[in-house]
Design a protein around this ligand. Structure first.
Ligand code: C2E
Ligand code: CA
Ligand code: CA
Length: 261
């Protein structure tokens, strides 16, 4: 019996179930395209994880990523996404298609030397340019222990990897923290695009400008309509991602979309 207060007893069973699922190969990657707003080309795919549960069907990441972060299973999931994403980019390159890959990276991974070793191994094994691989930092910058990760990230940046601030504009991300990280891309949180109030529109415009002024690639998320596409293109966003183009697709469907593009 444990007296530790920060362990949720429900986690114990769920953690065992998640570990079983990872070992059984039930965690898979699906891919969502990012479209270049100037050319209309699919410039990148973001790897998003799904739990393909034998009884419950597809379980979304919001239902197991927080648990995986608490138990450390996030390292195995992150490694799987990195391998699957890089493998896909290599396959596409062998077909003559230049498509970047983006993976979501949790804070625990960012402070792990093994994660960067794995990244380095993958670009060699899969013969990828480092700038074809973007690390999306999902967590709020405020909780990020910059001391522990900034040296790792700076090295990754010098090596040429893309570093993206995901969900930019919500939470506690501030300009000052942004300037302390070696960032190459901002992904504007989709809630900003959804907010059609005067205030919301002004915020969206300002956040895109933050990226453009710093010469960062700016990606709009949650683009659902032609109106959204026109708006984010007019604001100067470089790329867009969202249901207007495609939802996250498993491999055969994503292959077909790319072949038709
Ligand atoms: P995210 O990285 O911000 O990913 C975008 C989420 O928005 C995805 O949800 C995607 O399916 C959804 N989405 C995309 N386009 C649209 C749209 O036009 N409209 C709307 N309403 N939604 C859209 P998903 O796949 O459920 O992922 C949720 C979050 O889970 C991700 O947010 C990411 O933070 C996290 N996540 C997913 N896979 C991984 C992973 O392998 N590792 C880590 N650390 N986090 C992951
Ligand atoms: Ca993301
Ligand atoms: Ca996001």
């Amino acid at each position: 019996m444990t007296t530790t207060t920060d362990v949720d007893p429900n986690d114990v069973d769920s953690a065992a179930e998640l570990a079983r699922a990872i070992a059984a190969g039930e965690l898979i990657a699906v891919f969502q395209p990012q479209v270049d707003l100037q050319t209309g080309r699919i410039a990148a795919v973001e790897a998003l994880s799904r739990w393909d549960h034998p009884v419950l069907g597809h379980i979304g990441p919001d239902d197991y990523i927080p648990l995986a972060e608490r138990t450390g299973a996030i390292h195995a999931i992150g490694a799987l996404m990195l391998d699957t994403g890089c493998g896909y980019a290599e396959e596409l390159a062998s077909l003559g298609r230049d498509v970047d890959v983006a993976v979501n990276v949790s804070v625990a991974q960012l402070s792990s030397a093994a994660f960067y070793d794995h990244l380095e191994t993958n670009v060699v094994v899969f013969q990828l340019r480092p700038d074809a691989v973007t690390l999306e930092i999902t967590e709020s910058l405020a909780i990020l222990d910059l001391g522990a990760v900034s040296a790792h990230l700076a090295r990754a940046r010098r090596r040429g990897y893309g570093i993206s601030i995901d969900d930019f504009g919500v939470g506690f991300s501030t300009m000052r923290q942004l300037d302390r990280l070696p960032v190459t891309e901002l992904k504007i949180d989709q809630s900003l695009l959804r907010d059609d109030s005067v205030n919301g529109r002004a915020q969206m415009t300002a956040l895109v400008a933050v990226g453009l002024e710093r010469d960062l690639r700016v990606v709009a998320e949650g683009v659902e309509t032609q109106h959204d596409v026109d708006r984010v293109r007019d604001l100067g966003c470089h790329r867009a991602q969202g249901f207007f183009f495609a939802k996250a697709l498993a491999r055969p469907a994503m292959d077909e979309l790319l072949a038709a593009a």
